[in-house]
Design a protein. Structure first.
Length: 284
């Protein structure tokens, strides 16, 4: 449970990092590029590199696909956190719980108990209530597609990570770290290839604040995804995802309210309460 709680906290920190990146006028594109390099190198330096094992790893194709998805999703995280809210970013990414949970129940034949059904229903209801927008603070129309895209691609990436963990030999911390480091390495390569096509001045890539922002984000990002992947080993997907996702949403909403003055309506607060009840229910 400590690993799971740590993963929840680390994911909340990712959204908070994006908020501070906006506050300190750090370039999103540049910080995200450096973030991928730092995240990849952190895993390889801490847990070691075995290139022969990487090349022959059965999960390598999945890591490549998830790495491609991560590149796009992280840019969406930045836009949503900065232009809408931390709460909406967390919610739209974690509302996708329905995708990996459904796959876990169907493909991995996990047992569907009464407690799980109650927990899943409470989770989805809580996420819906937390999502309900404030009429006095509507979302800009041009950004409304962003949460939807986050929902879709986060659900796909979470499902693929669960599949890699369950079916392709990710059984300990070393395997988890190498998988995560590899997918971040792929994201970094994609970010490098995209450099000629983005409107960023070359000198911006080496501005101290952009590099520092990317360094901090990269450390948080690596440990968030590593803890997410590693803690998943100890739980069934239909149990893990509802707890993890509702925990991230509830925590992000509270952080956004406490530190960034993001508004929470009474309906949103009821959603947070239900998220807490869902977490307790899934632990019974």
């Amino acid at each position: 449970m400590i690993l799971l709680i740590s993963a929840i906290v680390a994911y909340i920190l990712i959204y908070i990092c994006f908020k501070f990146i906006d506050v300190f006028k750090i370039d999103n594109t540049v910080s995200i590029l450096w973030n991928y390099l730092v995240a990849s190198l952190t895993g390889f330096l801490v847990f070691g590199v075995d290139f022969q094992a990487l090349i022959s790893a059965p999960w390598l194709p999945i890591a490549i696909v998830v790495g491609l998805i991560f590149y796009g999703v992280f840019h969406l995280f930045a836009i949503c956190s900065q232009k809408i809210s931390i709460t909406m970013t967390a919610m739209s990414s974690k509302m996708s719980v329905i995708i990996p949970v459904t796959v876990s129940l169907i493909i991995f034949s996990e047992m569907l108990t009464t407690v799980k059904i109650i927990g899943i229903v409470l989770t989805l209801l809580s996420l819906f209530l937390i999502l309900k927008p404030d009429r006095n603070n509507p979302i800009d129309k041009k950004y409304r597609i962003v949460p939807i895209l986050i929902f879709i691609f986060t659900g796909i990436s979470d499902t693929l990570i669960k599949y890699a963990q369950s079916s392709h030999g990710i059984t300990d911390s070393i395997d988890s770290a190498r998988f995560v480091s590899t997918l971040f390495g792929i994201s970094f390569l994609v970010a490098l290839l995209a450099v000629p096509f983005v409107k960023v001045k070359p000198k911006a890539y080496f501005l101290p604040r952009n590099v520092l922002g990317g360094f901090i984000l990269g450390l948080v990002n690596f440990f968030a995804v590593f803890l997410f992947t590693y803690s998943m080993i100890n739980y069934e997907g239909s149990y893990f995802f509802p707890i993890f996702n509702s925990g991230v949403v509830a925590g992000s909403a509270l952080m956004g309210f406490m530190f960034f003055k993001e508004r929470l309506t009474k309906i949103n607060l009821i959603g947070l309460l239900l998220a807490t009840i869902a977490i307790i229910t899934m632990n019974l």
